[in-house]
Design a protein. Structure first.
Length: 266
């Protein structure tokens, strides 16, 4: 297999390293296409693939071309890319908010996958949702899924509009998690713990709670009730959360993120 990654920032490099780790592609068959001269020099030092310009003719030989550029840079890059792309190239875009139709028209291509990964992909524990243009074959979808799956779990949606909700829920989700962790650590400091102790207490609690959630055959409500005894300390905290509408406002924030993703995609 031959793969080109256009735009090798953080997520582009995550995919490059993941493909090499799982022997999806060899260094010789992995093209890293970059426009910025400084970035090209940095990529050469990494020695994880062949570095080239965006309109390199070798890109036409790739089975998969991954677009990992910033959405605002796409219009300029697409003019160069369309000069070398061939109809048989499968395009996978991880550009946030960039609709399939816009990519198809800009590149004059019809085999397009649009994917939304999140930052835990760096550890191989990401969540990636993806959709595709109507002319994709099942073989092409499976090929894309195998690549995206090297960084974690994947889910396919036929309805492209759901990717705005994915952006809000799992794409932005790590930031919500970090926000809650930060508030717990700050509460710990106010109660007398130093930074490192508060972080240890909260991080291990989060880690253990996730594994309990992931393995227990119980609903979220039952898991909460098992911790929150009647009239106890946990109930005292949850009472304040409910009075302040923490859960409701968290949901509103996520829905607002979805709406913003929809605005940006237009």
């Amino acid at each position: 297999m031959k793969i080109t990654i256009v735009g090798c920032g953080n997520m582009g490099l995550i995919y490059a390293r993941s493909f090499l780790k799982y022997n999806i592609v060899s260094k010789e068959n992995l093209l890293l296409a970059e426009k910025n001269e400084y970035r090209k020099d940095e990529l050469l030092k990494l020695n994880i693939g062949e570095v080239c310009v965006v309109n390199d003719l070798r890109i036409s030989e790739s089975d998969i071309v991954i677009l990992a550029v910033k959405p605002q840079d796409f219009d300029e890059l697409s003019a160069e890319l369309r000069q070398v792309l061939q109809p048989e190239n499968i395009i996978i875009s991880i550009m946030a908010g960039m609709k399939l139709e816009r990519i198809e028209n800009a590149l004059n291509q019809r085999s397009i996958i649009r994917a939304m990964p999140n930052s835990p992909a760096e550890l191989g524990m990401g969540m990636t949702a993806f959709t595709g243009s109507k002319l994709l074959t099942m073989e092409q979808v499976r090929k894309a899924e195998n690549l995206l799956g090297t960084t974690g779990r994947t889910v396919f949606f036929e309805n492209e509009n759901l990717l705005d909700a994915v952006t809000a829920l799992s794409g932005s989700g790590p930031a919500y998690f970090f926000y809650i962790v930060k508030q717990m650590v700050e509460a710990g400091k106010k109660m007398g713990f130093d930074q490192s102790t508060a972080e240890m207490l909260v991080k291990q609690t989060m880690l253990g709670s996730f594994h309990l959630l992931n393995t227990a055959d119980k609903s979220l409500d039952l898991l909460m009730n098992a911790v929150a005894s009647k009239g106890g300390t946990t109930e005292a905290a949850l009472t304040i959360f409910n009075e302040a509408h923490v859960g409701e406002n968290l949901q509103k924030g996520i829905i607002n993120a979805r709406d913003r993703a929809s605005e940006l995609s237009k």
